[in-house]
Design a protein around this ligand. Structure first.
Ligand code: ADP
Ligand code: GLC
Length: 526
């Protein structure tokens, strides 16, 4: 039975992406798994997200509520409506902010994503009204609070799209109305989780006029960033706590190399900054129950099930059906962050070994073309699928022998966790969540007890190839050790309840602090 906490928290998780409604990356998975894990620990949770086109046409039925939302954007009033749904297989309500012009334009068939689109020159460009869209979203979330089934103790914001929520809460909602109303808002604690510091929501300074916030806040300690308006910085400065998705990344982002210009602000907030590694949603990622696989397996039956999945994967990519060839898998956004250039550069040298490579991804058209070229040059050894394909992602995790993640930086990373769970040995660069979750095998007998993969340091194709060679050596020559690495990975506990317990601890601390703050205000007669 799931652990139940003695006290119940009321948590509203706000996210621009929620699996089953809209997804571009791991944030969507987290936005479902964390509330589900918190709910099974006895807390009351709800999710708020924009009503995108993919959500409108998605598998989960949506219901309009009575709640109309009116938000001032500059000198106009923009209206929307609150919709409601229920997270599949749970009782967690999901509230969707409807505003057709802002949020229902995503359509992969026309190259239109949630935040960007493919322009005439083939490059991806952000929508020119992104600031307006997410200013609306942030204020609409605060307007919607009245219509939610409970008043929150915690508003858990995620990434730049939600960065202005803590700012509006403290600067607008805690300042207006009578004492009682102000205290209600003051009682809410905010947490901002940074899933990727490289995306900050940076806009022209005149967009301050759209926010309706006082120009006083446009200074280098608050919303201003080298002359621009920075949503994420606003969140970092105004949230009560800032978390990111691994302890290593929390430390990295306080340095100039990883800090994307915000290292100073993050360092100033270091007492309120911590890292919690993402978990793995076992209801979605479990090789024993995964409906996408040609065969299901667990740690006992991996020797039987995995070869069936491998043969199925080779067939899907028209690769030679060779059981002894090592299959390397990649499922990734094809962007600089993920080391897509290192992979392209190393691929040719990889082909000198008895390996096959399967790649599923989309992103930068330059990398997309490079991978397609590679698959044309090595048609029976490199298989490439450009696009987003949930089923194929599962089939690669199960069918590959090795999973490659040469990320230049990686806040947490989910795919290495999925790989370990599926008995697919990860080869990763030692950064962020990859460094925190994969234990490298260095060929020493003592490592065998705990190692789960192969780790390299330098962000270069040579270092990746070197780690891959070490892995291939063990794969071919030391099957007992290889099996041990697979087992170590499969048996690790990356369940969400582990991560949820860490969030819960922070939420309780904050709840206690807020009560003190609000009592202090009352005593001062404010
Ligand atoms: P990020 O969020 O930075 O992209 P993560 O490792 O945290 O990286 O999460 C990526 C998630 O998106 C995983 O669930 C992965 O399986 C999925 N994913 C990425 N690209 C694709 C794709 N092309 N098709 C299907 N799933 C994908
Ligand atoms: C971001 C990061 C990734 C992380 C995910 C979910 O997209 O790039 O490392 O796992 O968010 O937190």
């Amino acid at each position: 039975m799931a652990f139940q906490s003695a006290r119940r928290l009321k948590v509203v998780l706000v996210s621009p992406e929620v699996l089953g409604f809209a997804k571009t990356g791991g944030l969507a998975d987290v936005s479902v798994a964390l509330p589900r894990a918190l709910a099974s620990r006895g807390h009351q949770c709800t999710i708020v997200t924009p009503l995108s086109r993919s959500a409108r046409h998605g598998p989960v039925p949506l219901q309009a509520t009575e709640k109309e939302l009116g938000v001032p954007i500059g000198n106009k009033e923009v209206t929307g409506r609150l919709y409601r749904a229920v997270l599949p297989d749970t009782e967690v309500p999901v509230y969707l902010i409807e505003q057709r012009d802002y949020f229902e334009r995503d359509d992969p068939r026309c190259g239109r994503g949630l935040y960007d689109y493919v322009a005439g020159d083939g490059k991806r460009r952000p929508y020119s009204d992104n600031s307006e869209r997410y200013i609306f979203f942030c204020r609409a979330v605060l307007e919607a609070l009245e219509a939610l089934p409970f008043w929150p103790d915690i508003l858990h914001c995620n990434d730049w799209q939600t960065g202005l929520i803590p700012v509006y809460l403290r600067e607008v909602y805690c300042q207006r109305g009578d004492d009682e109303q102000r205290n209600r808002y003051a009682n809410i604690a905010t947490v901002l989780t940074i899933h990727n510091l490289a995306y900050q929501g940076l806009f022209w300074h005149w967009d301050m006029l759209l926010t309706g916030l006082d120009w006083r806040l446009f200074n280098y300690r608050e919303l201003e960033f080298y002359g621009q308006l920075n949503f994420l910085k606003g969140g970092i400065v105004f949230a009560d706590r800032v978390t990111t998705v691994s302890p290593r990344y929390a430390a990295e982002i306080q340095t100039p190399y990883f800090g994307c210009g915000l290292h100073g602000v993050l360092w100033e907030r270091r007492a309120s900054l911590s890292g919690i590694v993402n978990g793995l949603d076992e209801s979605v990622w479990d090789p024993a129950r995964d409906g996408y696989l040609a065969a299901n397996y667990d740690a006992e039956t991996v020797g039987v099930g995995k070869p069936i999945c491998k043969a199925d994967l080779q067939r899907r990519f028209n690769l030679a059906p060779n059981a002894s060839t090592c299959v390397l898998g990649v499922v990734s956004r094809l962007v600089d962050q993920k080391g897509a250039d290192l992979l392209c550069e190393a691929a040719e040298a990889m082909m000198q070994q008895d390996v096959q490579l399967v790649v599923l991804g989309e992103g930068n058209p330059v990398y997309e073309r490079m991978f397609i070229d590679l698959s044309r040059r090595f048609p029976d050894r490199i298989g490439v699928r450009i696009g987003f394909d949930e089923a194929l992602a599962h089939q690669i995790e199960a069918g590959a022998d090795i999973f490659l993640m040469p990320s230049l930086y990686e806040p947490s990373g989910l795919n290495q966790l999925y790989s370990m769970r599926y008995g697919t040995v990860p080869v990763v660069r030692a950064t962020g969540g990859l460094a925190d979750t994969v234990i490298g095998y260095d060929g020493k007998a003592s490592d065998v007890e705990s190692a789960t993969g192969f780790v390299f340091q330098a962000p270069s194709a040579e270092a990746l190839l070197d780690a891959l060679c070490r892995a291939l050596c063990v794969f071919r020559n030391e099957p007992e050790i290889w099996r041990r690495l697979m087992m170590n990975g499969m048996k690790q506990d990356w369940s969400w309840s582990r991560s949820a317990a860490e969030y819960e601890r922070i939420f309780f601390e904050l709840q206690k602090e807020r009560v003190l703050v609000v009592d202090g205000r009352r005593n001062q007669g404010r």
